[in-house]
Design a binder for this molecule. Structure first.
Ligand code: NAP
Length: 255
């Protein structure tokens, strides 16, 4: 999927994200945690968004221990959050930073691997809500802050199954198809603004809880650690991808 700009071949400078405020959903574990640590390591001020305060505090402490710029924590359960919770987050970010330079939508749930014929409707609604609708709502409420930035990047997380349908991936696959559509639609709408780019990134297989849930019998050692996949995220969230918008990229070569 990668075009002339290939985020995989980017090697970020140590201070590449200096002066940028970057919010990350699902920063508590897996890929989101690894990207949060990498962003802070490259000098970004990171906003750790998630539902589990203890886990977010652990990531916050790790950033501090590594000497990164002070991060902040925003507790937001994407399954349960109401309009006032989104508004509260936007107000808190406005008060603390006055703008937002990056927004990574990484949080996600798998649901179940089940034929559409038998897919549980409440599970369908939950997966579509967390993976797609919440990402839409969060983007909408944070757009005014993103528009203040001189160079803002909205990055959605996609998947192979969001580009080509695969049996039994149900609501998860459909949510990622929705993410691809949201990326293109929002990118087209913001082209005239010029300072807010919108792209999607597929991490590919990674050694995380979600992958384990999808493939319980898989040999874990064969999977890349999230820490090894962060470079394309830094490229797309930072200045390297300025002007790139409406695209869907891959972290790993296709297999
Ligand atoms: P993971 O280890 O299961 O992490 C998922 C993250 O989402 C966790 O931080 C989790 O928080 C958070 N989250 C889930 N429900 C939430 C909610 N209701 N409110 C707030 N946060 C919530 O999965 P991962 O593999 O790192 O996945 C990260 C992204 O990559 C997802 O969008 C996934 O679809 C995508 N992806 C992963 C793979 C792969 O092989 N791993 C492949 C393609 C795409 P808690 O820590 O509190 O549970």
């Amino acid at each position: 999927m990668n075009g002339p700009f290939d985020p995989r071949s980017h090697a970020a400078r140590a201070d590449e994200l200096a002066g940028r405020v970057i919010a990350i959903t699902g920063a508590s574990s897996g890929i989101g945690r690894a990207v949060a640590l990498a962003c802070a390591q490259h000098a970004a001020e990171v906003v750790l968004i998630g539902r589990n305060t203890q886990k977010l505090e652990a990531v916050h402490a790790e950033i501090a221990a590594r000497g990164g710029p002070e991060a902040s924590i925003a507790v937001l359960d994407l399954e349960k959050a109401l309009a006032r919770d989104y508004d509260g987050l936007a107000e808190a970010l406005l008060a603390r930073y006055g703008r937002l330079d990056g927004l990574l939508h990484n949080a996600g749930v798998l649901g179940t691997l089940t034929p559409i014929e038998h897919y549980d409707v409440p599970t369908w609604c939950r997966v579509l809500h967390v993976n797609l609708t919440a990402a839409f709502a969060l983007t909408q409420v944070l757009l005014p802050l993103l528009k203040v930035s001189r160079d803002a990047s909205v990055l959605f997380t996609t998947s192979n199954v969001g580009r080509r349908g695969r049996a039994y991936w149900g609501a998860y696959a459909v949510s990622k198809f929705g993410i691809e559509g949201l990326t293109q639609t929002l990118a087209a709408e913001l082209e005239t603004v010029g300072t807010v780019r919108v792209n999607a990134l597929n991490p590919g297989r990674a050694r995380t809880r979600m992958r384990r849930q999808a493939f319980p019998a898989e040999e874990l050692d064969s999977l890349p650690l999230p820490e090894t996949l962060t470079s394309p995220y830094l490229a797309l969230l930072g200045p390297a991808a300025r002007g790139v918008t409406g695209m869907s990229f891959d972290c790993q070569p296709s297999r």
